[in-house]
Design a protein around this ligand. Structure first.
Ligand SMILES: Nc1nc2c(ncn2[C@@H]2O[C@H](COP(=O)(O)OP(=O)(O)OP(=O)(O)O)[C@@H](O)[C@H]2O)c(=O)[nH]1
Ligand SMILES: [Mg+2]
Length: 205
């Protein structure tokens, strides 16, 4: 495992670490005002380190606004500034109270094969054990046999199941599922969705 997966993972991050550790830190080590050329170089280094454009833009805004702090505090100030910024972005959304609505609707989304359908089976079983009923909705109308796989989980857990015909609009399937859940008084609707990359903004919307 170490050699195959973790080893490869570490190796994959090496380039990012080298670029951020050497190139970027060298630029801010000198304790002097950051010149526009320095900032351009930092931007290039972040892109080369696979930060991606949106994250790089965000990081550059912070670095530009706080370049005076970097000037006095050097590389360590820059590191802690970026660390704080990342932490604040990762703050959990507040106000999410499970089962605050009836039905409580949960969309399970993620990359293909990551375990969405299995997770729905587990949630349905766990909630059933707590005395709640969750309607399982097959909104993956894209991949062949996706609904059948979900139906197996619904049968195993004794959860009510709703699907549409293959290729139909997922939102139509969901609308029907919500209507059923409301009329039967189910506590939750678990929505299985077609696998997609989280970076595909149009498919996530
Ligand atoms: N080891 C392990 N395997 C898991 C886990 N969850 C799911 N799997 C396995 O991963 C494979 C894919 O799981 P699915 O639940 O079908 O994944 P999915 O995200 O619904 O896949 P798509 O619908 O194709 O996008 C199956 O062989 C599961 O048995 C887990 O927590 N641990
Ligand atoms: Mg699935």
């Amino acid at each position: 495992m170490e050699d195959s997966f973790l080893g490869r993972f570490r190796k994959g991050l090496e380039r990012t670490r080298d670029i951020l550790g050497a190139d970027v830190e060298d630029l801010v080590r000198g304790r002097r005002p950051l010149k526009p050329e320095d900032l351009d170089k930092v931007e290039e280094a972040l892109i080369a380190a696979d930060f991606g454009l949106p994250a790089t833009r965000q990081a550059m805004e912070v670095l530009r606004a706080k370049s005076a702090q970097i000037w006095t505090g050097g590389a360590e100030a820059m590191r802690s500034m970026l660390r704080d910024e990342i932490r604040s972005i990762l703050t959990r959304p507040t106000g999410v109270v499970p089962f605050a609505t009836k039905p409580w609707v949960v969309f399970v989304v993620g990359v293909n094969g990551v375990g969405k359908t299995t997770t729905i089976g587990k949630l349905a079983a766990a909630w059933k054990a707590e005395g709640r009923t969750a309607l399982v909705c097959a909104a993956d109308t894209f991949r062949a046999a996706a609904a059948e796989q979900l139906e197996i989980w619904a049968r195993r857990t004794g959860a009510p199941f709703h699907r549409g015909a293959e290729g139909t609009d997922p939102s139509a399937v969901l609308t029907d599922a919500l209507r059923i859940a409301r009329s039967k008084g189910h506590d939750a609707v678990l929505v299985d969705t077609a696998g997609r990359l989280h970076t595909k903004g149009n498919l996530m919307a």
